[in-house]
Design a protein around this ligand. Structure first.
Ligand SMILES: C[S@@+](CC[C@H](N)C(=O)[O-])C[C@H]1O[C@@H](n2cnc3c(N)ncnc32)[C@H](O)[C@@H]1O
Length: 217
């Protein structure tokens, strides 16, 4: 997006959400409605999902231990409109690769990156196609609201194993509590260095999510 085409978003204007130092657009915002005429996401990437806020808070809380900064490469899988990708790029100055299978989410990601004045690298790729080569050099993987179908459980488990084998230090997947996510958590806790923690926030509204946190041994 060229500098002259970046829409001006006024603080507090309708259908915007400012939280944790970033600005997000809701489905009713004029810029979102404009994009919707041409791009209709088809795998639920049709809004900013809530679990992402709990991962933001977890990253902020643990940033020192994780060494989050300009030298960190974070991969946000199933990025959708990119709330988490944008937060990480803005808050920590980290290098961010925003991965999604659905090409129609990327215009919304680009819009959010532009209005927040950050750069993230988009990558259209399915979880199952994220090869060891792609995962090489990635330090942290995040994924908010990405384990919502039974068939995603083995796909994500295998991706987690590939990522750990490639040297990824921490993986955080968040979910409000769907059964495919709990199946993933059980499998990870049985075989990997994984834990499940419940997190809550009051911002932007009262929310809770389970965080599956997997560390390299
Ligand atoms: C519920 S949305 C969550 C979006 C974003 N993480 C958020 O917090 O707003 C799930 C996202 O995962 C993507 N997705 C679903 N299955 C996928 C797959 N197999 N590979 C890559 N992305 C996938 C969808 O296209 C969608 O953007």
């Amino acid at each position: 997006m060229s500098a002259s085409s970046i829409p001006v978003i006024r603080r507090g204007e309708p259908h915007t959400l400012s939280t944790r130092g970033i600005t997000l657009l809701r489905a009713g915002h004029r810029e979102v409605r404009r994009l919707k005429r041409e791009h209709i996401p088809s795998i639920h990437g049709n809004k900013v999902w809530n679990s992402s806020f709990l991962i933001m808070d977890e990253l902020n809380r643990t940033r020192a231990g994780l060494g989050l900064g300009a030298d960190t490469h974070l991969m946000d899988i199933g990025c959708g409109w990119g709330p988490l990708s944008i937060y990480v790029a803005k808050r920590f100055g980290a290098r961010v690769t925003a991965v999604d299978a659905d090409q129609d989410v990327f215009p919304y990601l680009e819009l959010h990156a532009a209005i927040n004045r950050v750069e993230v690298t988009p990558l259209r790729c399915r979880f199952e196609k994220l090869t060891r080569q792609r995962l090489d050099g990635v330090d942290v993987i995040t994924g908010a609201d990405i384990c919502f179908w039974d068939e995603l459980t083995p796909v994500l488990y295998n991706l987690i194993r590939r990522a750990l084998g490639q040297g990824v230090r921490r993986i955080i997947i968040a979910d409000p509590g769907r059964s495919p996510f709990y199946a993933l958590a059980e499998r990870c806790q049985a075989h990997l260095n994984a834990r499940l923690v419940e997190r809550r926030t009051q911002t932007p509204k009262a929310l809770s999510a389970e965080l599956l946190i997997i560390d390299r041994d």
